[in-house]
Design a protein around this ligand. Structure first.
Ligand SMILES: Nc1ncnc2c1ncn2[C@@H]1O[C@H](COP(=O)(O)OP(=O)(O)OP(=O)(O)O)[C@@H](O)[C@H]1O
Ligand SMILES: [Mg+2]
Length: 236
């Protein structure tokens, strides 16, 4: 079932109340679908609504209008317990600010989602992934002792080890150098080849050009969807 629709977004809008009676329209009338095994990127200028869109389509933030279906179901209609379980088991998220646990080691952060799911992540799997991310020397250091780039690699590793079917990534390479970006992109491409679905917000058009489709945002609107994007077709 390679081409089934995993995410279906119809006429999505998000308004945020800044003060009483003062509404900010952050997203307006966005519709698109993502199929299983697709690697879709979301690009656009700062403040165009990329993070808000990623939250809305991933079950983290209810839209004010429109519909979000993930695997044919509307997560916003579930009770908190079911929603929490879904977020823990079915999807993975990399936050723009990582959201690691600072007092724990890199290793303990990497295995945390497994622990929460009562599923022991094998030491060998952690070490192999850490080696792929060139993070092995830092595995037993506390998160506070790591650089921003190293912390971002831990955030990426944590999400991959949790083994979700759909990955939502907000600027997953923002703190990485060119070499590390390549390591991460290779890992993401492998996941996609295995049939996982990846939705990635990025400022980096070179990365977006490696995705299968790119959604271009501007001022809270979906400007266009670019098929098989390249650096030339992605200029916004
Ligand atoms: N909770 C909120 N309260 C007030 N304004 C918000 C809130 N969430 C988003 N916004 C505003 O909505 C707009 C879109 O924000 P968003 O974070 O989605 O943009 P972005 O494209 O991810 O930007 P960046 O590239 O800088 O990460 C911005 O103008 C932001 O200030
Ligand atoms: Mg953002």
């Amino acid at each position: 079932m390679m081409h089934q629709t995993v995410i279906e977004i119809s006429n999505l809008a998000k308004e945020i109340e800044l003060a009483k009676g003062n509404l900010l329209q952050v997203l307006a009338d966005i519709s698109f679908e993502v199929k299983a095994g697709e690697f879709i990127s979301i690009v656009g200028p700062s403040g165009s609504g990329k993070t808000t869109l990623l939250y809305c389509i991933s079950s983290l933030l209810p839209p004010t209008n429109g519909e979000v279906l993930i695997n044919g179901k509307s997560p916003y209609q579930w009770n908190p317990t079911k929603l929490a379980k879904f977020r823990r088991k079915e999807i993975g998220f990399i936050f723009q600010d990582f959201q690691l646990i600072p007092s724990l080691s890199a290793y303990d952060n990497l295995v945390l989602p497994g622990t929460l799911n009562r599923r022991k992540v094998k030491k060998q799997a952690v070490e192999e992934l850490a080696a792929r991310l060139e993070l092995h020397a830092e595995l037993h250091q506390s998160i506070d002792a790591l650089s921003g780039g190293e912390q971002q690699k831990v955030a990426i590793g944590r999400t991959i080890l949790a083994d979700p079917d759909i990955l939502f990534l907000d600027e997953p390479t923002s703190a990485l150098d060119t070499h590390s970006r390549k390591l991460v992109m290779a890992l993401l491409q492998e996941l996609v080849a295995q049939g996982k679905t990846v939705v990635m917000v990025t400022h980096d058009l070179e990365l977006a050009a490696q995705s299968s489709r790119a959604l271009v945002m501007k001022d809270g609107q979906m400007l266009r969807m670019v098929e098989a994007p390249s650096l030339e077709t992605l200029v916004f």
